[in-house]
Structures are given as C-alpha cells and as structure tokens.
Write a protein of this length. Sequence first.
Length: 424
Amino acid sequence: MSKYIVNSIEEQQEMLDELGYASFEELFRRAGVKSTPQLSIPEGKTEFEAYSELADLAGENHVFRHVFRGAGSYKHYIPSVVKNIVSRNEFVTAYTPYQAEVSQGILQGIFEYQSEMCELTGMDVSNASVYDGATAAAEAVMMCVDRKHHKILVSRAVNPEYRKVIKTYHQFSDDIVIEEVGPEYEVTEDVAGVFVQYPDFFGNIPDLVKIKEKIGNAKLVVIANPVALGILEAPGNLGADIVVGEGQQLGMPMSFGGPYLGFMCTKNELVRKLPGRIVGQTVDKDGKRCFTLTLQAREQHIRREKASSSICSNEALCAFTAAVYLAAVGPQGLRDVADTSFQLAHYLSDRLNEIGLTTVNKGEFFNEFVTECPVDARELMKHLYEKDILPGLLLSNNRILWCTTEVNSKQEIDWLVDVMKEVL
C-alpha cells in the first residue's frame, strides 16, 4: 500500500503512531475494511504467462478479413499518423480539465475538433463530444423540448439502437413523449423536434429541405454520417437545427463497440442547451494566442443538482483522434473516402442485381443499401461466414443491409459475388 501513497515511509509511520496503530494492516482490520488476511484470488503470473493467456482468449474472437457490413459501425482505413500522434503520453494521459487553462495542449486539440466538426456539419458550434452517437441523439431531445413543446417524433428509418437509447434515456420523463413515425406523419403544435437520419439506416438519403418545410417551427435534428458529409451537402445548410452522430468513422477502429465518439453540433441560439464543454480561443495578458473553457451550461460541477448532463471526462481522447484524422486526410481526402465508398456501393449493388438479388432502395443511396434475396438469406450468410466474409446485416429472412467503404475493392466485390453464386 505504501508504494501508492505520496507520503514518505517516515511520514506514514508518524501518522500511524499518532493514531495508535502499528501498521496499515492493523488500521484497516480495526476499521473493518480488511476482514480476511488473504483475498481469494489466484497467484500472480509472469508477463509472458499473462500475455499467452490473453492471446489464447483473444484467439477465440473471429475477426473477419472481408467486411461488407456497416449499420452504425464501419471499417475504414486509419492513417498510421493518427495512432502515432494520439498515443503520445501528453494526450493519452490528458483528462478533460476542470482547472482548464493549465492544459493548453488538450484545450487546443478540443478547439480544433470543434472547429472541424462545425465546418463539416455547417453548424455554428460543437461540444467536445459525448459517449457515442446514440447518446448524442438522446441528449438532443433535451435541447428541443420546452414548456409548450414536449413531443419528439423519431423516424423509423433511424438506427433501431439509437431509437432504443432515446426511449431508455427519457422513459421516466413525464413531460417528454417519444413517438416513432413513418414517412407520413402529422406535426402538431406540441411537437418539439423531428429526428431523421442522413443517410438513413437503410442507406436512403432524405430530402432535408422538404422535411424542414413540413415540420415548421419544430426543430430538425439530423443524425448524420460524418464521412458521407464529405460529398453530401452539410445539414446546417439544409435547415438542420441540431446535427448529431457517431464519429467512430473518423479515425477509430470498430473495436468490438467502443470507445466511440458522439458528436453534437448546433446553432448559436441553442448553445446554452448543449451538453458538455465548449472550448474557445482568446489571448493571454501578453497578447499571445491561448485557449480556455468558454461554456459548460449543463455540467454537474457547474449547476450541481440542476445539471441535466454529466459527461465530464468523457471522450476527450476520441474527440482528439477525430481531429487528428480530419487534419491528416484533409477536405479532399475525406471527399475521396466518401466518393470511393459511394462508387463501390453502387458497383456492389449492380453486381448483386446481376446474380438475382434485387436492390430495394428506390432513390439515391450513399454506401449502404438493402437487397432482397431469392433464397433464405440465413443460409447464404452462413456460407459467406465460412469463407471469412462478414456479409451485410440480416434484416429479415430475405433482406440484407450491405455496406462498402474505401477499404473494399472492386476485386474483393467480384470475389464476393463469385462465392455467392455457389449458393444461389
């Protein structure tokens, strides 16, 4: 125990003598903290033994070599510079600061992230991220509601996991009503916000301008794919009031589901409803450029019992990772990633149609689309698993949601189609 206490051995003994105890063990035993002399845990292992055991456990996972599935988590190429920079000790050990101004490095990283996300989404302000895209969507509900407007309409084309999190978040809020809607819905006076996904869960690209015109004064919340914004018009330019989403695609591996990055961007008039922290740029007493925490409107250490968010340390490192990724690929690089993903998805759609699968999407799609399968899709997917292929997400007995990103290739798609022919 003494190894982890900053006081010297002599100082520790002085405190024990003052309390009348001979050792820390006696102190803990008398206090009832330590009830048994020996904890029931196995003996320690050498570094090599521990590594071997962990490697055996990791070997039980199946990491597919060929991936054609998205549905909220995407396999993208991550430039090596991203990991090299964010793995530096200065960033890995940085805690989202309370006494902020002494941590100029992490503040600048957050400021750069916020600036990039505002440019990407077309919004005025961004926070320093929340836990994931689903959490960001749930937090956006509280940004919409007020005393007169308490109903939230969520499109059924939004990721089903996001819809579940939104409902879970607000299940005990008596004054908030969550209603899932199809393409045809009515916007009554008590509607505070309408949530749509862009592109939606099935790959379709909704017309945000028409949706904004339809919903009137209700707030338009867009759950956006940040890579798709490399070629799609920014939601802020199409009438969005709040833009949220999952930032995993910006430099983070799929990693069995986390840690991920929920981004939140909005207009200036809603800035005081935005959860988390906002970093601003200013000058110090010598006139030099510096950074400071500008606003923390909903945080528990600011508003105490009146706080409506508690994300404090949060995903600062993930936000910084996204900032490094966007800086590394640049505007044209992000456009290339998006355009390649788009082109490959349409090539895959054409090839699948050739062998009997029918693309369901009627309008334009980005990098995901749904097909109907002429055979039992479960049998088809089982065969692909055996070939080390992770196919699209099974939606029903005969419908599959496919996805491509820039890491796929034309040759890989051709091979996938040849393998599928064996079953079809």
